[in-house]
Design a binder for this molecule. Structure first.
Ligand SMILES: Cc1cc2nc3c(=O)[nH]c(=O)nc-3n(C[C@H](O)[C@H](O)[C@H](O)COP(=O)(O)OP(=O)(O)OC[C@H]3O[C@@H](n4cnc5c(N)ncnc54)[C@H](O)[C@@H]3O)c2cc1C
Ligand code: SF4
Ligand code: SF4
Length: 545
């Protein structure tokens, strides 16, 4: 019997089974298609599968958590900071609203922490040593996977604590540090050595001194970009990354009553929201384009606006002085590029925070032969190896979107290739299955089920404390949300094929991975099972003659 409440199940066919002989021209085959959510997750998580496990509740949560951990060691962090491109691609969005994948992942991550679930290596010790530079998401993800693959890993980081931008960038109201600590601690418990407060000045020297066989570099992008803004000597200007980093120190930065943040990305909004929480009466983001062109995510902008952050659109800072700035109004030209208008106005600003993006400090690579650096980032091949054999790189320091999830995905990919390189083999990822497009689904089988909303902290507390803003789902809402998944392109044991086959050719195998098989002595190739499968997990293939 199907235990999923959101799909109708048909009764088993009552026809007598007829042996069909060999006149069939097509036969039904069970397939595992690639769901669009899985395809869009930069960490390569098998989302459909872990949601399927979670749908059972109880012991299913641990199985679901373990499935995530095969690809990503940070489910609780992901469930808070990932911009969830999986949901943007989710087929359910075409039916009502996308499955809340991110919120279920957070629930499972929190269950993992609360229950103290741990993971073990999957391979025997290899005797090989790998150096990882940078304990951000990319370095830690690589270290985790390499350790599970049997290698001895040392992570070196200049900072006093591990986490990279997850700790020194993303504010606590979006990622509580006890969550980060728990997930980093689990990686250390695998036997990964994390050496903090140690700046690597030359990668080749550090590799040689430590006798490392390979290295993975993930030093991120920490240098705040500066724009030339004429400024009086008393103007207070600082960069957003330094401001956010200082929030992890002993002393709270003094920004004053009116804080202006210059930039339009997520970092600008984090800086403005942090300024508000530090007591600024006004936090104004000055951005040179329009709302629809802002690189920050809409949800972050909405949260910031709800907390009272103001945005001055189509504006640039012309000059900064003590207590004031001069802002020029811009207008977009026909190509959408902002052009100055010459119209200026004065704004009060006790401090100006520059959030204009970050650059990578690549000085540790000076003198490394074979490396290719373009636009300030290191070039890597499809195996994440730089032009220098044995030195791999990922995360913000290579050309890619700069997110925690992309960084984590790079770490996993690099680990698999480093493992293959160390073992003098090649790593070939499993071939991708065809995409489970929405059109393949029989959506009328699925019941209406509106998306579950996550609770939010009340506004007064949001404006004055660093408590977490977005709350998690509880057991019943997480279960409900997991069950909204349509299981695109993959069998979810609904029994419909078993029920509709007029020749009783569908048999149950008892294997949870592949619960049904077609008995070809009875299948006459009518295709009813394919037509009736809710999730598009069966296809007709030409009969082999
Ligand atoms: C304010 C802010 C908010 C963000 N919010 C989000 C978000 O909500 N969601 C999201 O997905 N992404 C977010 N991002 C982006 C995300 O944090 C980064 O893309 C991600 O952290 C990059 O990971 P990484 O491992 O490449 O580098 P990092 O996280 O930057 O880590 C690099 C590490 O290397 C260390 N290091 C550098 N040089 C050396 C050296 N020479 N020797 C030793 N150690 C060294 C650093 O100390 C650091 O710990 C945000 C970024 C910022 C700045
Ligand atoms: S890591 Fe992000 S993209 Fe991947 S499943 Fe989680 S929320 Fe979705
Ligand atoms: S319905 Fe489920 S399997 Fe399909 S795209 Fe959404 S989360 Fe993935």
């Amino acid at each position: 019997m199907n235990d999923k409440p959101f799909a109708i199940t048909l009764d088993v066919g009552s026809s007598l089974a007829n042996k069909t002989g060999s006149w069939r021209t097509e036969r039904a085959v069970y397939v595992d298609r690639l769901p669009p959510c899985n395809n869009a997750c930069p960490a390569g998580e098998n989302i459909q599968r872990w949601l399927y496990e979670a749908e059972e509740g109880g012991g299913g949560y641990e199985r679901a958590w373990r499935k995530i951990m095969e690809d990503n060691p940070f489910p609780a962090v992901m469930g808070r900071v990932c911009y969830h491109p999986c949901e943007t691609s989710c087929n359910r969005a075409q039916l009502d609203e996308a499955v809340g994948i991110n919120s279920v992942e957070r629930f499972l991550g929190d269950e993992g922490i609360a229950n103290g679930w741990t993971v073990d290596p999957i391979r025997e010790p290899s005797g090989k040593r790998v150096l990882v530079v940078g304990a951000g998401p990319s370095g830690l993800s690589a270290a985790y996977h390499l350790a599970r693959l049997g290698h001895a890993v040392t992570v070196v980081d200049a900072a006093p604590a591990a986490g990279g931008m997850m700790r020194f960038g993303i504010p606590r109201y979006r990622l509580p540090r006890e969550v980060l600590d728990a997930e980093v601690g689990r990686i250390a418990a695998l036997g990964v050595e994390i050496r903090l407060g140690t700046n690597v000045e030359s990668i080749l020297e550090t590799m040689e001194e430590g006798g490392f066989d390979a290295a993975f570099l993930a030093v991120g992008a920490h240098l705040g970009k500066r724009a030339y803004i004429p400024a009086g000597s008393a103007a207070k200007m600082l960069d957003a990354v330094s401001l956010l980093r200082s929030m992890e120190g002993e002393e709270r930065p003094q920004l004053g009553r009116r804080v202006v943040v210059y930039g339009g990305g997520n970092t600008a909004l984090d800086a403005a929201r942090t300024a508000k929480r530090l007591g600024a009466e006004e936090a104004i983001v000055v951005y040179r384009r329009t709302r629809d062109r802002m690189p920050a995510h809409e949800s972050e902008l909405e949260e910031a606006e709800a907390e009272g952050v103001l945005v001055k659109w189509l504006s640039t800072i012309k000059r900064a002085d003590a207590g004031t700035i001069l802002v020029e109004r811009m207008e977009l030209d026909e190509t959408g590029f902002p052009q100055p208008t010459g119209e200026v106005e004065e704004l009060g600003a006790d401090s100006v925070v520059l959030a204009l993006g970050q650059e990578t400090d690549l000085s540790l690579l000076d003198g490394v032969p074979g490396l290719e650096v373009e636009d300030g980032v290191v070039q890597v091949g499809p195996d994440m190896m730089t032009g220098h054999p044995g030195i791999f790189a990922g995360g913000d320091m290579v050309p890619a979107e700069r997110t925690v999830t992309v960084a984590v995905g790079h770490g996993k990919k690099a680990a698999r290739h480093i493992d293959a390189w160390l073992r003098a083999g090649g790593y070939a990822p499993a071939p991708k299955h065809g995409l489970a497009e929405f059109d393949l689904l029989n959506t009328w089988y699925y019941s209406d089920a509106p998306r579950t909303l996550q609770p939010e902290l009340e506004l007064a507390r949001r404006q004055s404390t660093f408590e977490e803003v977005v709350g998690g789902l509880d057991e019943s809402t997480a279960l409900f949300e997991a069950r909204r998944c349509l299981s695109c392109g993959n069998c979810f044991s609904c029994d419909n094929c078993y029920g509709v086959c007029p020749d009783n050719a569908v048999v149950k195998t008892g294997d949870p991975e592949h619960p049904y098989a077609i008995d070809l002595d009875f299948c006459k190739g009518c295709g009813i099972c394919v037509a009736e499968c809710p999730s598009g997990a069966i296809e007709m293939v030409p009969e082999r003659i």
